[in-house]
Design a protein around this ligand. Structure first.
Ligand SMILES: [Zn+2]
Length: 151
């Protein structure tokens, strides 16, 4: 852990009533998007401080596929969206994390693809809906709670 790592701090201070948290396995944590309350947007990150995918240990690397697949399936079920996007830049937070989330509103011309991801990246607050965020978090939490039993 580094003194300024946003993703290292929360697991230590995790509160059961904190609905931003979904699941923490021995290797991976799943939480709501740390900077924007967009319905269905989550962060999947390593439980320990690791700065690059190249530095994952064997168990982190081998369990990553199971976690990202489970999160994607849970988001599809909770949102009804046919596409779930993923991206990882590591520019502002140097801790392995993948942001995962559904497409936007179908009628929005900037609700899909690169235009939508650009809005997520620039923290477009018009996308926020805290009530919908909580509903989706509850559904996803129920769907992937079994992951906590994995090492
Ligand atoms: Zn960290």
């Amino acid at each position: 852990m580094t003194a300024q790592c946003l993703l290292c701090e929360p697991p230590v201070n995790r509160e059961p009533s904190d609905h931003r948290w979904i699941v923490q396995t021995g290797r991976w944590a799943v939480r709501s998007h740390p900077a924007l309350q967009v319905p269905g947007w989550l962060a999947v990150h390593t439980s320990r401080h690791v700065e690059s995918l190249a530095d994952l240990d064997h168990s982190e690397a081998s369990s990553f596929g199971q976690v990202i697949s489970a999160v994607t399936a849970a988001l599809q079920g909770a949102t009804g969206k046919d596409r779930i996007y993923t991206y990882s830049l590591g520019e502002s937070i140097r801790h392995v994390h993948m942001l995962v989330g559904p497409t936007g509103v179908p009628t929005d011309p900037e609700g899909r693809g690169g235009a939508y991801l650009a809005r997520i990246l620039r923290r477009d607050q018009s996308l926020e809906d805290p009530t919908a965020v909580q509903q989706i978090l509850k559904a996803v939490t129920t769907s992937i709670a079994y992951l906590e039993a994995t090492p």
